[in-house]
Design a protein around this ligand. Structure first.
Ligand code: GLN
Length: 186
């Protein structure tokens, strides 16, 4: 059976675990350095607060090893703050985190009033799916080899680059299993 790790430092990790279990997947939490040396087939970086998660990744010595594993081909799904962790560039000159995906991401990009909303949109290969946005980022620029998977009003909200999928929204809060299935096929 496939085992999926969920980064469990902060944020909406429990919701991802619930989704995975409902889909019959085995999952485990990454909370400290020793966890990352266990065997797992894929990892999810959840939503939450990217600045906090980025700091904790460093404080707990998870940063370099996770970055290496992702660059080495470990399938990763980054949702919302998790997408921000993957981005090579953050707009406004903020310091990037894992920086494994050649994209530029704008944080809190939808402004205050539009901070949180739910919608449905076309996702490449999956048809129309529900999308829940919470103080969400969007993708301003994509580099070479990045495939755009979804856009809303001309703004990119989902991408794939090799073994990495990043989405601005929260599939775990929309009960959207199709994204997980696509990810687990990577
Ligand atoms: N605003 C958060 C950040 O900048 C992301 C929000 C989320 O993950 N729902 O990290």
């Amino acid at each position: 059976m496939m085992k999926v790790a969920v980064l469990a430092l902060q944020g909406a990790f429990v919701e991802h675990e619930r989704m995975l279990r409902n889909m019959g997947m085995e999952c485990m939490e990454i909370r400290q350095e020793k966890d990352v040396y266990r065997d797992f087939d894929a990892i999810i970086l959840p939503g939450g607060e990217s600045t906090v998660m980025g700091k904790l990744l460093r404080d707990y010595n998870l940063f370099s090893i996770l970055k290496e594993k992702i660059q080495g081909g470990l399938p990763v799904l980054g949702t919302c703050a998790g997408l921000i962790l993957l981005a090579e560039n953050l707009s406004g000159g903020e310091t990037p985190h894992l920086a494994t995906m050649p994209i530029t991401v704008k944080r809190n990009a939808y402004g205050r009033q539009l901070g949180s909303f739910r919608t449905e949109a076309e996702f490449k290969g999956l048809g129309t799916i529900p999308m829940v946005f919470i103080r969400a980022p969007y993708i301003e620029e994509t580099g070479e080899g990045v495939e755009i998977l979804a856009e809303i009003d001309g703004r990119i909200v989902a991408v794939r680059y090799k073994n990495q999928i990043g989405v601005s929204f929260h599939p775990e809060l929309a009960d959207c299993t199709s994204i997980y299935r696509m990810f687990l096929q990577l």
